[in-house]
Design a protein around this ligand. Structure first.
Ligand code: UT7
Length: 320
């Protein structure tokens, strides 16, 4: 008997406030034309008072549970990917657990920045296949607006806040579910994308710093390679893929990666125009949008991928 982790449902949540490029251009030296041409971003959602990583994560989780038709009481594992937790500790996953009224389950956070959801998904998949969990909530949630230097035009136009969630359930001998995952990290690139603060260094939260063009160059190479690796691991080929759901950092990265793999652009889910880069939230958020608007259907072969600070990167192949 082979047990697989099935994607039983998904959900997502965005802060109420939508901020356009033109609005940003009122406070920093930028323009809608530059942002759209270089990134494909037109707007992003920014958390307001009372909206936090945990509240967004909880809203996404509730929708995912409703879509799966599963009661919160059945959840025995919560893995939450974030680089912007509500508090240094306890884990934001435990705040979501409490908000959902789950009295006992395993709950912890995973920090792999923009690749966080792929790391969280892989951990949950392994726990389910190993018999350590049966019903998992896997969440990516961020409030990057709180670590952005709003005077740095090279970064402040790129990011947004949000959350996405999936419910995974254990199913025996199914042809659906997560078929393969591949994860990587290379800590030599720490200084290309990082936050200039931290609990045990400066004792401050810090602000995001990025050498964008260098990250861009690594992203295209690493993402194309890890996509191929995960597809190979699943014993499939690029032509079997119905949808790629990439990390939404920059429309040009999505185009270049698809071209490198020989994947038609129509098979790539793009939400960066409306959400910008929501870090760990971006993959499950884009997945949920594409499920709800009818693009991704049951039985489709999907590939998820992301790369972020560390560097960390990863991919997953699933039959939805
Ligand atoms: O999620 C983690 C992964 N992160 C990413 O994948 C981000 C990857 N990097 C990128 O998406 C792109 O590199 C950026 C969008 C960040 C930058 O695009 P680029 O085409 O690499 O531009 P650049 O950094 O080479 O900058 C070109 C010019 C510079 O001016 P000069 O030096 O040529 O005069 C920048 O100062 O554009 C200028 N610039 C801006 N101009 C108007 C940079 N940011 C802005 C801005 N508005 N917001």
């Amino acid at each position: 008997m082979t047990v697989r982790a099935i994607i039983a449902g998904s959900g997502s949540a965005l802060p109420v406030r939508r901020v356009t490029n033109d609005e940003l251009a009122q406070t920093v030296d930028t323009s809608d034309a530059w942002i759209v041409e270089r990134t494909g971003i037109r707007a992003r959602h920014i958390a307001g008072e009372g909206e936090t990583t945990a509240t967004l994560a909880t809203a996404a989780a509730r929708k995912a549970l409703a879509a799966a038709g599963i009661d919160a009481a059945a959840v025995d594992l919560i893995v939450l990917a974030t680089a912007t937790p509500d508090q240094t500790f306890p884990a934001t996953a435990t705040k979501v657990q409490d908000a959902l009224g789950i009295v006992d389950c395993v709950a912890f956070d995973v920090a792999a920045v923009c690749s966080g959801f792929l790391y969280a998904l892989s951990v949950a998949d392994n726990m389910i296949r190993g018999g350590g969990a049966r019903t998992a909530l896997v969440i990516g949630a961020e409030t990057f607006s709180r670590i952005i230097d709003w005077e740095d035009r090279t970064t402040c136009v790129l990011f947004g806040d949000g959350a996405g969630a999936m419910v995974l359930t254990a199913e025996a001998d199914s042809d659906r579910g997560i078929l393969a995952t591949a994860l990587h990290a290379d800590g030599r690139h720490n200084q290309l994308l990082y936050v200039d603060g931290g609990v045990s260094t400066t004792g401050t939260v810090g602000k995001l710093r990025m050498k964008g063009s260098e990250v861009f160059r690594h992203a295209v190479v690493n993402l194309a390679a890890v996509l191929r690796e995960a597809i190979d691991k699943a014993g499939l080929s690029v032509t079997d893929v119905d949808w790629v759901v990439p990390h939404q950092a920059n429309a040009r990265i999505l185009d270049a990666t698809a071209r490198k793999l020989g994947l038609p652009a129509e098979r790539v889910v793009v939400t960066v125009d409306e959400h910008a880069n929501t870090s760990a939230a971006s993959v499950p958020l884009a997945f949920d949008v594409a499920v709800r608007d009818g693009r991704i259907r049951r039985g489709d072969l999907i590939v998820l991928e992301a790369m972020g600070g560390g560097f960390t990167w990863g991919a997953a192949v699933a039959r939805y």
